[in-house]
Design a binder for this molecule. Sequence first.
Ligand code: ADP
Ligand code: MG
Length: 662
Amino acid sequence: MGSFSRLTPFIWPHRRPFILSAIFGLGVALLWGTNLSVAFPVVKVLLQGQSLQQYVGSEAQWTRDEIAKKTVTLQRLPAGKLKDRAHLQGKIVDQTRKLRSLQWIEGKILPHLPSDAFDTMALVLGMLLLGTLFKGAAIFIQDVLVGSVVERSVRGVREACFEHCLALDYQTLARDGSAPLMARFTNDITVMSAGLRLMGGKVVREPLKAATCIAMAFLVNWQLTLLSLLFVPIFGVVFYRYGKALKTASHRMMESMSRIYEALEETFHAMKVIITFNGAERQRRKFRHENREYYDKAMRMVKIDALTNPTTELLGLAAVCIALLPGAYLVLRGTRDIWSIRLSAEVMDVAQLSLLYAFLAGTIDPIRKLSSVYARLKRSAAATDRIFELLDQQPQVTSPELPRQIERHQRSIEFRDVSFRYDGQADDGLEALSKVNLLVEAGEVLALVGGNGSGKSTLVHLLPRLFDPTSGSIRIDGVDIRDLDPFALRQQIGLVTQEPLLFHDSIYENILFGRSEATHDEVLEAARRAQVTEFVEQFPEGFETNIGEKGGRLSGGQRQRVTLARAILKDPSILVLDEATSAIDATSEEKIHEVLREFVKGRTVMMITHSLSPGVLDLVTRIVVMDSGRIVATGTHDQLLQTCPPYRQSYYARIHVDLDAA
Ligand code: ADP
Ligand code: MG
C-alpha cells in the first residue's frame, strides 16, 4: 500500500502502542488456531468413542512398538551402510522424544482430566469457550490500541494540512475555491482514518490468523496443504484486478463528493440571491445532479466490493477441496500414496482429516474478511493520495533564506516593469498587468481609477505578496519586497477591501485582530477614531457583541468601519483601500472619508475608488488611471481633466449620475 507509506512520519511517534497492538493481534491468531484444533478431540471422542486416556495410551503403545521395530532393523543393518543407519537412528531419536512427551502427558496431565467420554467433551467445549473469551479480549485491546494510534495520527495529519494551507500562497489556495479544501478536511480524512484503523486491526490480525492455520495445517499434512497453496497466485491476480478497479472508482467517488460540497457551499453562501431570484429550482436541480452522480460512482464501488466476497469464498472452497479430495481418498482407502506419489507419512484417520479440514477452512474465513475490507482500504488509499496532493503543493510565494531588514517605510514604493498573469489566464491572451511602472513617494495618497477588470486590485494585491509579479519587481524604500521577510513586510501594510472580511466573533476581537498584542485602551482608541464607538454604544453588549457570520449582524457601513478600526490599530505605514466605500451608502461613505482624513496622515496610501466625489478628491494627492492592465495617465485631478479624455468622460458621467440621483 504505497499511499499509506507516506503516513509513516505521522504514525511513527505512536509506534509503541502500535507494536503492542500487533502483539495482541498475534495472540488472537494463535488462539484462533488453537480453537480450531478442537476438531481433533471432538472427532476422536464423538466418532471413535475414545477417551483422551485411551487415545494417548494407544499412541504411546504404537510409538513404543515402532521404536522396538526400528531398533531391531538397525541392529540387522550391515555396519557399512552408514547413511541408512544414520537415517534410522534419527527416526528413533524423534520417536523417543515423542514417546517421552506422551508419557509426560500421561503422568502429569491426564490424571486431572475426566476419563469419561462425555465429561471430556464438556471439558473441551468449556476450553473452547474460554479460548474464545480470551480471543475476544485480545481483539478488543488490539482495536482500542489501534484506534488510539489512528486518531492521534489523524490529528497530526489534520494539523499538518491546516498549517500547510496557511503556509501556501493566496493564489494556489483560491484557485479551486474552498469547497474542495473542505472536502479534504472532512470527508477524505474520515475515509482515510477508517482505512488506517483497518490497517492496524484486521489487516494485521487476519493474515496472522490465516498464517497460523496454514502452519498448523502443514503440521498435520504438508503435502496436502501445499496442494491448496497452489491457489495463492490465483488469489493474488484476482485481488490485484479488483484493487485497481476499486482505487479508480473511489477516486471518482471522492471527486464527486467534492462537487457536492461545492454545490452546498454555493447554495448556502448565496442564500439571499437564491431566495429572491426564485433560484431554488436551479440549485435543487444542480444538487440532485451531483447527488445522482455520486450515487452512480458509489454504486460502482458497491458492485466491485460485493463481488469480492463471493469470489474469495468460491476460490477458498476450491482450495480446500483440492486438498480434501485426495485426503478423503487416503483415509477411505487406507493408503498413503496416490499414483505412487507419497502424500502422507502415516496412514491418516478421520480425526486427522477433520483437523486438516478445520485448519484449511479456518484460513478461508480470515481471507474472506480481508477481501471485504479490501474495498475500504482502497478507498482509504485514494483519500490518502488526495490529502498528500494537498500537502505536496508548493507555495508560489516563498520567503528568502536571508531576509533583509527594513525600517518603517519612509521613502517610496516603486513598481518596476511589473507584469502579472493569473494561473488560469491564457498565455497569449491579455495579462492582468503588463509592464506597469509607478513611483509612489512616501506620504502620497494615490487614487487608482479605471474600468472593471483594468487590473487595479491585482496591482495592490502584489504589495503584501498575495502573489508575486510574473516579471518585474516591486521595491519599498529601494528594497525588493521578495528579499524581505513576508511577515515583516505585511506588518507594514493595512488592507481594507470592498467586502469587509470579518470573523464570527465580538467587535472587540475583530478589531484586536489588527494587532493582537495591543492593549485594551489602544483598541478602544482605534474604535473611537474609526467611529465604531458611536454605533457600538447602541448594542446592549457593547464591544462584546458578536457580529455573526461574516459580520452579518452589522450594516455595510458599520462593518466597513470595524475593518477600518482594525487597520487603524495595526498602524501600517502603507494603507491599501480596495473600493472600501463602494458597497455602502453616501452617509456612511462621508463618515468613512472623515475617518480617513485623519488616518492617511503620515502614511502612503493607495486607494482604489470608483467615486471621485469631492470627499475623495480632497484626500488624494495624485490620481492614476488604469486600463487593460496598463497605466494610461497619472496626475492631479485638474491635470487629468485637461489631458486625459477617458478620465474626463468618466468623471462627468459620474457627476451627471450624482445630479440625477439628487
Ligand atoms: P479591477 O480590480 O481593476 O476591477 P482586477 O485586478 O480584479 O481588476 O482584474 C484584472 C484582470 O485579471 C481581469 O481581466 C480579471 O478578469 C483577471 N482576474 C482577476 N482575478 C483573477 C483570478 N483569480 N484568476 C484569473 N483571472 C483573474
Ligand atoms: Mg477590483
